[in-house]
Design a protein around this ligand. Structure first.
Ligand code: HEC
Ligand code: HEC
Ligand code: HEC
Ligand code: HEC
Ligand code: HEC
Ligand code: HEC
Ligand code: HEC
Length: 363
């Protein structure tokens, strides 16, 4: 990041020097050999499969010292991806610029990679294009029971999860018949990104966190977590191992604890034994039922918003049928964060004003 800024700062100076020396007049793209698509091992490919790791590469030659800006776009049937601008400054010679990427889980058919090399001084602009085809794994759905023989421990733990009733192995791994016939790892999808989870744990296009009657609507963890600052850093599977039940095998199901990253956080006010999740992932989501009345209400599922805003009054968390986002994103109010315990039954302090007064002293 800093490096890029530095280069942008230096670039104009470099130009002035070139102008004075007269060398710049010669800058041009001598050859734009082309664009290629490579697999993870670096072999050139003309077809790939969903969720495969790929690299897009442009190769070109500068005829004299100069500056080139290289950028592009990948377009497929119903999806696209920007290849962000890269700067190359240097002497005459051959350059290659690469972008690491992953073919989306649901990509099908033909895709096109357009990459442009731009030499600003001469306003010279050259584009080359490569095509490749995305071939879905040719297989049939065979059911989770077929996976049991070889992956018995995963199967047994999966049986205990809430997924087991409706979400089989192949909902996340794609159809399995070809994998079973060949035992090849290439014939089954292994995708640790949130794209897999987004199939179900998403509402609308992900942009709005839907709300109803003062609760977050269930089954939209993707909407919640991608709108937080944390959401930029983590995928669902960074924290979750979806083969295990949170209720019955929490250690395996939640791979990464909050303390793994926030190892310096301390908790005061005599609540050292209170889990991070109790305040930061309170039951602000309602699926079936809520309990309590007025400010003491609890939903029945954990929220994925994490940030608590002590200054906000409870109604400020919602506006109409949506969760409010301020400049830092969405937030939880203290009624959810604190009053789920401090409700006058489980512990003391049972009004909003007193938890509000003490909330900034927790850490
Ligand atoms: C007959 C035995 C057998 C059956 C049945 C079987 N697998 Fe596998 N599976 C394997 C083996 C062996 C590997 C390890 C392959 C390797 O790493 O070379 C594997 C690897 C995998 C991987 C990891 C792939 C990777 O890229 O590392 C996944 C995911 C997977 N299996 C899912 C499934 C699912 C889902 C089913 C049921 C539809 C299933 N398997 C049925 C034997 C089996
Ligand atoms: C809710 C989605 C989901 C379901 C359902 C699911 N998996 Fe997975 N599976 C994943 C993800 C995500 C990973 C990659 C985990 C990671 O990156 O840590 C994975 C990894 C694997 C692997 C390779 C790594 C390992 O842990 O050995 C195998 C084998 C596998 N799954 C088999 C299965 C089988 C068999 C079932 C059904 C009994 C199943 N999975 C059900 C999402 C799922
Ligand atoms: C095909 C739909 C589908 C996909 C794909 C899916 N889920 Fe789920 N998931 C569900 C449903 C339905 C439930 C049950 C929800 C409930 O209880 O309200 C669930 C429940 C869960 C639970 C609670 C399970 C328990 O027993 O502790 C976790 C955690 C979870 N999903 C994470 C994930 C992750 C992570 C992924 C991606 C790797 C994923 N899910 C992919 C539909 C899906
Ligand atoms: C993989 C590392 C990692 C894990 C695990 C993790 N966090 Fe974070 N957390 C971060 C990073 C990175 C940020 C963003 C820091 C920033 O932008 O200032 C962050 C930010 C936050 C914030 C501030 C959000 C805001 O918008 O002000 C809270 C609150 C938080 N995390 C709580 C938690 C809780 C609770 C857990 C456990 C459920 C957790 N974190 C797990 C890395 C992690
Ligand atoms: C008793 C409730 C409670 C517990 C337990 C709790 N927090 Fe917090 N946390 C808060 C409140 C309230 C704030 C907001 C404080 C503020 O804005 O002044 C906060 C703020 C944060 C922040 C963002 C502000 C900052 O200081 O950087 C992070 C990150 C965070 N907590 C992480 C954690 C982690 C990790 C744990 C578990 C080790 C944890 N919290 C346990 C109540 C709690
Ligand atoms: C920072 C780690 C972290 C990330 C990232 C994360 N989760 Fe979670 N998730 C948790 C923890 C911890 C719990 C258990 C909360 C509790 O104690 O009740 C949980 C609970 C859940 C539950 C069960 C909720 C319930 O109350 O039954 C589902 C479903 C779920 N997560 C789905 C997802 C999905 C889908 C994603 C990605 C969009 C995701 N999570 C991202 C940490 C995370
Ligand atoms: C998981 C339940 C739980 C949550 C959530 C929780 N607390 Fe507590 N808190 C307790 C328990 C238990 C005690 C111990 C003494 C008691 O019974 O009041 C305590 C003690 C306190 C005390 C000291 C009270 C005294 O009289 O010594 C303060 C202040 C406090 N909590 C504030 C908060 C605030 C603010 C929040 C939300 C940011 C919060 N708590 C969230 C369970 C919780």
């Amino acid at each position: 990041m800093h490096m890029t800024r530095l280069i942008f700062f230096i670039a104009p100076l470099f130009y002035l020097c070139l102008l004075h020396s007269g060398a710049a007049s010669g800058v041009e793209i001598q050859a734009f050999t082309g664009v290629i698509v490579l697999d993870a091992e670096g072999n050139q490919i003309t077809d790939g499969s969903p969720s495969q790791q790929v690299r897009y590469e442009a190769i070109f030659t500068l005829a004299a010292p100069g500056i080139a800006i290289v950028f592009g776009r990948v377009t497929g049937d119903g999806w696209s991806e920007n290849l962000n601008p890269r700067l190359r400054i240097g002497f005459m010679g051959t350059y290659n610029v690469t972008w690491e990427s992953k073919i989306p889980l649901f990509a099908r058919g033909n895709a096109k990679v357009d990459i442009t090399v731009y030499v600003p001084f001469l306003r010279q602009l050259l584009t080359r294009t490569a095509f490749f085809t995305i071939i879905p794994i040719d297989a049939d759905y065979v059911g989770s029971d077929s996976c049991k023989t070889c992956h018995s421990s995963i199967y047994d733990s999966w049986l205990n999860t809430k997924h087991a009733t409706t979400v089989g192995c192949e909902a996340c791994h794609g159809p399995g018949s070809a994998h079973i016939a060949t035992l090849s790892p290439d014939k089954i999808i292994l995708d640790s990104s949130s794209d897999v989870c987004k199939q179900c744990h998403l509402r609308n296009n992900g942009g709005v966190i839907e709300a109803e009657n003062g609760f977050i609507v269930f089954q939209q963890q993707f909407n919640e977590y991608t709108s937080t600052r944390l959401g930029k850093y983590l995928q669902c599977a960074t924290c979750h191992d979806p083969h295990y039940s949170i209720d019955l095998a929490r250690k395996q199901a939640v791979k990464l604890s909050c303390r793994t990253c926030h190892f310096l956080k301390t908790i005061g006010l005599g609540m050292q034994f209170v889990k991070c999740e109790s305040c930061h992932m309170p039951p602000a989501v309602k699926k079936y039922a809520s309990t309590g009345i007025g400010p003491y209400r609890k939903g029945d599922m954990a929220s994925h918003i994490w940030r608590i805003k002590p200054a906000a009054q409870p109604p400020q968390m919602f506006f109409g049928p949506a969760v409010v986002k301020d400049a830092k994103g969405p937030f939880l109010t203290l009624d959810f964060a604190c009053l789920s315990c401090h409700n006058g039954l489980d512990s003391r302090l049972y009004d909003f004003a007193s938890v509000q007064q003490t909330s900034t002293l927790v850490h």
